[in-house]
Design a protein around this ligand. Structure first.
Ligand code: PAF
Length: 282
């Protein structure tokens, strides 16, 4: 079945209200399109858990800190619709920029502290843009549940905190990272990699996984864990590390791992920026 494609807020609200009136719970999967099996996992879970599934597709300009990255972001609406149809999505909400931002925006959602490190330090304004658009999507769709991937671990932490701090009545569901057979985390940006870069990018997973194994054997010193990953990253000259950090649940760097932690990396592979992470938890 083809999902219903809706470009505007009012008809989307009406379509959701109709389903809610029939007693269906509403699941939202917010995306920027260029859907892949990672999104597929979010949609499948939403399909199992909710009476109606809404996928939003919007390449959100205010979360890009480089105009070029925004322009180069893949846009594949027709293929995305087919994919959503195969996964039994009910509604696809694909607004244009004017619908989401009709005039200059004067209201932003800013999450402090959790955004000081990792991507927050290297992409100024990024999480403000994410939190603002996700808040707008929550207000537009008013879902019971919303689904986010663990690959964007800092984004997930930021959204969970925002929902708690602002008492937004939505349950956030976190879904594990989906990987290629060689370990590369699925990302819409992988499509930009050349064959050589694609192969080189596998050091990210291998480095993180080697450090995770050392952690599982009892190593708790963050510098030593990072050194293990770094040695593997360094085997490919195409890969330039932007950051590599061990952080706690509040996304703060730690020197020793003493509770739930995350080993997180961002790297440039050629002109493509990739992120990945490995939870360090039992
Ligand atoms: O993870 C993404 O694709 C985006 O950051 C999101 C959550 C859809 C907001 O634009």
């Amino acid at each position: 079945m083809k999902p219903e494609l809706i470009h505007q807020i009012d008809p989307l609200r009406a379509a959701v209200a109709g389903r809610r009136a029939r007693g269906l719970t509403i699941g939202l999967v917010p995306t920027m399109g260029a859907l892949h099996a990672g999104h597929g996992r979010l949609i499948e879970l939403a399909r199992r858990e909710c009476g109606a599934v809404v996928v939003s597709i919007f390449v959100n300009p205010i979360q890009f800190n480089q105009a070029e990255d925004f322009e180069r972001y893949p846009r594949t609406l027709q293929a995305d619709l087919d994919y959503c149809g195969r996964l039994g999505v009910d509604l696809v909400f694909a607004p244009d920029e004017r619908e989401m931002y009709p005039g200059p925006l004067r209201t932003f959602v800013n999450i402090e502290h959790l955004t000081d490190h990792l991507c927050g330090a290297f992409r100024p304004g990024h999480f403000r843009g994410v939190a603002t658009v996700v808040t707008k999507l929550f207000m537009i769709v008013q879902p019971d549940r919303a689904y986010f991937g663990r690959k964007d671990a800092q984004q997930l932490a930021v959204i969970r905190r925002m929902v708690a701090d602002l008492n937004i009545p939505v349950e956030i569901v976190a879904v594990p990272t989906v990987r290629e057979p060689d370990g590369l985390a699925l990302s819409s940006r992988n499509a930009r990699l050349s064959a050589e870069e694609r192969e080189a990018a596998t050091v990210l997973y291998r480095g993180l996984e080697a450090a995770r194994q050392a952690w599982a054997r009892g190593l708790r010193d963050a510098d030593q864990l990072k050194q293990i990953a770094r040695e593997i990253f360094a085997t490919r000259s195409e890969v330039r590390i932007e950051y590599l950090e061990v952080v706690d649940a509040e996304m703060q760097p730690v020197a020793m791992v003493s509770g739930p932690a995350l080993l997180a990396v961002a790297a440039w592979v050629g002109t493509t920026r990739l992120i990945d992470n490995m939870p360090l938890e039992p």
